[in-house]
Design a protein around this ligand. Structure first.
Ligand code: F6R
Length: 241
């Protein structure tokens, strides 16, 4: 696990954007695994700027998002479909047909999950998987538990996650209780993983992820077992390591 500590959120975002830009220059048809949440907003803004300045091109890029809330339609302002459209997809030339985000409003969620993993596999696999870090160590929505699921699946969100994500909703009661997430197997199959974390609140989770025991009770610690992980954190998130 390589750890790059930078001064602040803006530097973290710029470093991460440079790494994605390098990949897109080397491989025009790269497959990107993408995340949502507060952490990658700055990164997406940098990518949009690079695209506008004709430094990068998304025409042949394929994207797979990590997760989506159950019960929110794609046009709900808090859905991850809406988030991705707002921060990236509507602002660059990625083709609609190359955008993949787990769908929850489907009749057979199990089949939809299987198809999602199949599609990742058929695309040739994810070249670079972007991750944020939950306060409880979750990656995607793989919550701390005795056992973790390998493939894309429906998950019950933990109390901590519901509480942490209530900042995006009018009240905590409005936060969906379930989501579809790529499993840890799907995440760990990516050729390269880039995890971003910023702010003092993430310091403990960063410590457990980088120096703690590998445990399903801290899903991000499993990243210690991956061959090609880059963690980009700011000074505050790195405070305990
Ligand atoms: C989002 C995701 C989550 C977030 C994590 C951190 O697609 O998979 O694991 O990355 O909850 O969220 P923020 O960045 O809002 O602190």
């Amino acid at each position: 696990m390589e750890i790059l500590t930078v001064e602040n959120y803006d530097e973290m975002s710029a470093e991460a954007a440079n790494i994605i830009a390098q990949l897109l220059r080397l491989k025009q048809n790269a497959v990107l695994g993408l995340a949502t949440g507060s952490t990658p907003e700055g990164l997406y803004a940098c990518l949009v700027k690079m695209y506008e300045e004709k430094e990068i091109d998304f025409e042949k890029v394929t994207c797979f998002n990590l997760d989506e809330y159950a019960g929110l339609s794609p046009d709900h302002p808090q859905s991850y479909h809406y988030y991705m459209d707002r921060h990236l997809f509507s602002k660059v030339n990625v083709k609609k047909g190359n955008i993949n985000i787990p769908r929850c409003g489907v009749e057979n969620i199990e089949t939809a999950c299987r198809d999602y993993d199949k599609k990742i596999h058929q695309s040739g696999g994810i070249d670079l998987q972007l991750l944020g870090l939950g306060l409880n160590g979750h990656i995607g929505f793989n919550e701390p538990a005795d056992y973790l699921q390998k493939d894309t699946h429906l998950v019950n969100l933990s109390r901590e996650t519901i509480e942490a994500n209530s900042r995006f909703f009018p009240t905590e009661d409005d936060v969906p209780r379930q989501a579809i997430t790529m499993g840890v197997g799907s995440i760990m199959s990516a050729a390269r993983i880039m995890l971003l974390a910023s702010g003092e609140k993430k310091a403990d989770a960063v410590k457990q992820m980088t120096c703690g025991k590998v445990s399903t009770h801290h899903p991000a610690s499993l990243l210690q077992l991956h061959r090609n992980v880059l963690v980009i954190i700011d000074k505050e998130a790195a405070r305990l390591i």
